[in-house]
Write a protein that binds this ligand. Sequence first.
Ligand code: PMP
Length: 378
Amino acid sequence: MVNYAYLDHNATTTPRPETVRAMTSVLGRVGNPSSVHGPGREARKLMEQARTNVAALVNASAADVIFTSGGTEANNLALTGCGRQRRLVSAVEHPSVLKGGGETLSVDGNGIVDLDRLDQLLLADNDPALVSVMLANNETGVIEPIKDVVAIAHRHGALVHCDAIQAAGKIPVDIVTLGVDMMSLSAHKIGGPSGVGALIVPGMGDGTGAKLNGQLFGGGQERGFRVGTENLPGIAGFGAAAAAALASLQDFARLASLRDAIEKGIKDIEPQATVIGEDVIRLPNTVCLSMPGTDSQTQVMAFDLAGVGVSAGSACSSGKAKASGVLKAMGVCDDIAGSAVRVSLGWCSTESDVDTFLEAWRELYFRRSAREISSPAA
Ligand code: PMP
């Protein structure tokens, strides 16, 4: 689409040229990474290079990376594979964590997990637990205090899983410094293809990490943790995207100025406009904002007609008219939650995308105001 301002990069981002090149080259060749002959060994080499690149993005060891069919599977594998019956999950997790069940950790008005509550819950019951808290939220971009979560959880002997799917490639992520026991990544959020992801378990390679059981039966791929012939084109694309994302991490910081321009532009038009989580540290690319009086779905459609792609809540739950569970968990009132849209920038976003968005927002806002004036409340 010519001149379309795609601002829904948290749903999925534009594949990087490096990704397309790597995948195209792999699609044209034969070789199963498990075969011992030359083409098989070549395939394995490509896969291991990708593993090294994915590990490097979060300062992990290549031996600790398990490739999966995406972020959803990585989250499922962490939760079900670690064998801990007791789970504590933050209320703002992605459905691929939340739907696994467990005790919910409440969040404050900014979406930050309640650390005191975590401590109390772990103190009250010493069943070995798994705590799952994401690094950055997909809808608001709010960054969670993972190091603090880890300190509390480890003090009680609990394991920590961290969904870093929206954070990786956008901010520096260091699995060693964070200290988590498991971390999920997804290729299509960093400029790779969809349908491939990874679960990283520090220490898995040398047997010192969290114990994990694979959830599928079949061959012995991925050391049995995720069996089935590997998606080599996807993995190669993931590896190329990870290397490109790491090399251009500084560029991502530039997006903060575009994000700030969006927020300022909106506030210049309507000083009362709400930016969710604006007082806490967020990803440089995500803005969740509300224009009360016009529901989210109507806005998404109006923006689309104006040549701007944004989303209502997360893409995974769009299509449903109900307000976002994330915003509800944050205690955002129905009026604001029901009219919130997420604008998310990507590695290829430009100032002109921001201008197009602001122009569309202005038009929508004044149309709505004109409607209010012509049909005063009864
Ligand atoms: N976790 C988060 C935070 C996400 O944003 C997403 C993607 N919407 C997922 C998990 C699922 O990843 P995938 O699309 O690769 O299954």
